[in-house]
Design a protein around this ligand. Sequence first.
Ligand code: FES
Length: 561
Amino acid sequence: MANILRSQSWFDSREYYSFARRSTLRAQGLTRGITEGKPVIGICNTASDLNPCNRHLTQIAEAVKRGVWAAGGFPAEFPVISLGEMFLKPTAMLYRNLMSMDVEEMIRANPIDAVVLLGGCDKTIPALLMGAASANVPAIVVPGGPMLSGTFRGAALGSGTDGRKHFDMYRAGQLNDGDMEELECSIARSQGHCMVMGTASSMALIAEALGMTLPDAAAWPAVDARRFAIAEASGTRAVAMATTGPTPAQVMTPDAFHNAITALMAAGASTNAVVHLLAIAGRLGVPLTLDDFEAVSNRSPLLLDLKPHGRFLMEDFAYAGGAATLLQILLPLLKPNAITIGGNTLGDQLAQHRAHPQQVIRALDNPLDADGGIKVLRGNLAPDGALIKTSAASPALQNTRGRAIVFDSKDDMLAKVNDESFDVQPDSVLVLRNAGPHGAPGFPEWGHMPLPKSLMARGVTDVVRISDARMSGTSFGTVVLHISPESAIGGPLAAVRDGDQIELNVPDRRLTLHVPADQIEARLASRNQPTPHYTRGYGKLFLDHVEQAHLGCDFDFLKAK
Ligand code: FES
């Protein structure tokens, strides 16, 4: 049965303010026929000149509006905070929760019957989903889409992934300033977000696997006509959802999270997506822990041959059938009865998808790897967990033991890795601390420490790196991340000293500091508590309420009771 429109309580009562609100619509030249009784479809737009990945969403919003008008709704575009990964300091992650609060409150406070969420760059889709989950008004995501594939001297270039590889060649003197200028233009050819399976692509895929987008929404390039067609269709669908739902809580169920994690593992997607999924689930009261990721990872094969671990780029993924084809292949491992925003089940939706032969998405019986690309580590260095993206790590370094070299800050680390006389061995373990939610602050992507120049000169291409930071989804290497609890609040990472032996054992999922427990305790007891980075404003709110990585880094007061 259709629900009464939420917006009626703003416009349809006999009180003064309904009259006054209607008159403000008349002030724009809108006639009663165009507004009266129509579902109001909010278009929550993260377009911003300060967020190049999302700048084109203004054009996407126009396509959504067409769909809303055509279906008999009234579109109302509104801005929210936008988080540009490249520009924001100290890190966009510091502001994810702030953006989610903006989204939640603007949906709840306005006469919105359903909302279309426009996002792209890394933190924007997570914050949109978190806010929409808390507001629980019918919502549909339209991802902004990736950039077109980069290309440089005949080779495919993936943003982040190949940028870092070529920058290391520049650091090693193999490329000059002119080469880098050519690369700068070759790697980013169009509007859109990073076009490897980084965090933005991962979150678009996850939104589709959660059932929060129309089918086939994740992969089309930002500038592809089909991206605009999906936006238009999403506007049309939102009009129906205004009266019939489903709401985000009805879509994002435990089954939907199972499907999203399965897609994440099969894609070898970003470790950042783990933190974001934990946070979204927390908003809905869906119980989700790192153990759920580990369990799904153990039975989900790696199927997607995309950079940073594979050969192809998001444009190739789109032409190969995109998320719909990946999910169709994964169907035996999914919960097919999960409801989608289309109103049908994921299983029904996928039954209508037509796949065709391609080489980007492997079959279940021909995977790139037998299990998922992200593993959860535990041990005396990470009592609450840590992550490693094995699909992007060197197999030879996944069961190793070496001497710790500790950096207390990013500046310290950068100075050492760029020092050609830095004393480091191929089996050393680089340790960065004070890089978590409290320590950095804001949980930045410092975990992918650049290779030391002194190792690069010896032809070494990877080294074990561990930290309480995150890393970009576009990064690669044997990098242990998200160590929880973090060092700044007294996690055991704070006890490591230069020369300690650290063992990384991915097959057993262990991360061990080979120092006796009483010595670790004594070292932690004697440490100085770092001075808080903020004493006022949003920064203080963040430090007072942010949770640790294994809980999703949301604010404690924003989680569902
Ligand atoms: Fe925006 Fe990579 S910088 S998605």
